[in-house]
Design a protein around this ligand. Structure first.
Ligand code: ZN
Length: 358
């Protein structure tokens, strides 16, 4: 046999061997199949689930904000959040600093949020960190360098998380574009090392990380691939992480399903009623009447343990009266799902993640 044929035979056997090894690893779950990303946009006219009788059980809002009034939005600057929760029949709320807290002068409300949490006997919980972490990362990303003070920032976060007053880390921004006029933009590189470090600190503390990641810019420039790569890297770095991709990851039902199937530690919260002028490109889960699209309803039924409610209300900017109306609509939306599914999404999953009500 000539040397040429011998080399060819060895190469082909080696290739066969490598494919065999990869296949065994894939079957054993050691290497992941690359996820198929859906880059298409869902039809806003697609079929919806009719509304049912309102869900009447307990309900937890796992994602809302208390923000400092700014500009003309001073009328709602001092909301009585406990009274509002009572009227809306919401058992518990989790307040997070927004991704843009650092540029919106929200240091002013940090003390207020903390005082409310302490006075609420467990009805108000708070997440920590975004007010000093998101724009710290973005400023470094803009300079094209990694931040030099990662160690001290992670120490600060660790101290916060171990202090007992934090229900998790968030709302950290990966991609946050100008949907509303003058909204500050956040755009981190995919799998940005400081963000992976934050995920690792959260996992070590046993607390969830809440992430805001828009899949498209308002001009439709796609970012799904970076979102997928970042989520993959977060779990690769910290396999025990509990990651909440906020607002159903602002992506299609098909992408959400692929992500949830690939990462058992991933959850999502539902922000149901968006202004389509501002949020229409970010895959709303309901139509304008608040009826769930069929693809989302099917996903909620297939994976009922992976979703929670997160109204994304802005106390301080939004009319507090509208909070109660949001939850009336939310209960009608939940009413279109089987009762066991609605209860998990409204309440039980949040209790599992954040602990029982007092
Ligand atoms: Zn958000």
């Amino acid at each position: 046999m000539s040397r040429f044929f011998l080399e060819k035979m060895v190469a082909s056997r080696l290739r066969f061997f490598l494919v065999l090894v990869w296949s065994c690893l894939f079957i054993a779950g050691a290497v992941a199949e690359p996820l198929a990303i859906d880059l298409g946009r869902s039809d806003p006219e697609r079929h919806v689930r009719p509304l049912g009788e309102p869900y009447r059980g307990p309900l937890i809002d796992t994602h809302s904000h208390l923000v400092a009034p700014k500009g003309k939005m001073t009328a709602y600057g001092n909301p009585d959040i406990l009274a509002i929760l009572e009227r809306a029949d919401v058992s518990r709320i989790i307040l997070l600093p927004t991704p843009n807290a650092a540029v919106n002068n929200d240091a002013a409300v940090r003390g207020k949020r903390e005082a409310l949490r302490k006075a609420s006997a467990g009805r108000v919980l708070a997440m920590c960190g975004s007010d000093y972490l998101t724009h710290w990362m973005y400023d470094a990303a803009l300079s094209g360098k990694l931040p030099g003070d990662s160690v001290s920032q992670m120490e600060r976060l660790t101290t916060d998380l171990n202090g007992g007053g934090c229900a998790g880390v968030g709302e950290i921004g990966l991609f946050h574009f100008a949907k509303v006029r003058q909204q500050a933009v956040i755009k981190l590189p995919a799998a940005y090392p400081p963000l992976l470090a934050i995920g690792e600190v959260a996992a070590k503390a046993g607390l969830p990380l809440d992430l805001h990641a828009e899949s498209r810019e308002p001009n439709m420039a796609p970012h799904q691939a970076e979102v997928f790569a970042t989520i993959d890297s977060l779990f690769e770095r910290a396999p025990g992480l509990r990651l909440i991709c906020s607002h159903t990851c602002l992506t299609t039902a098909r992408n959400a399903r692929a992500l949830l199937q690939a990462y058992p530690g991933l959850m999502m919260n539902l922000r149901a009623f968006r202004n389509p002028e501002e949020w229409g490109h970010l895959e709303p889960i309901t139509d304008l009447q608040g009826r769930l699209y069929d693809d989302w309803a099917a996903l909620l039924e297939d994976m009922p343990d992976r979703f929670m409610i997160g109204d994304d209300f802005m106390f301080g900017w939004n009319d507090p009266e509208s909070y109660e109306r949001h939850f009336q609509k939310m209960r009608r939306m939940l009413g279109s799902l089987p009762a066991t599914v609605a209860k998990k999404i409204a309440f039980e999953n949040a209790v599992k993640l954040f602990g029982p009500l007092p």
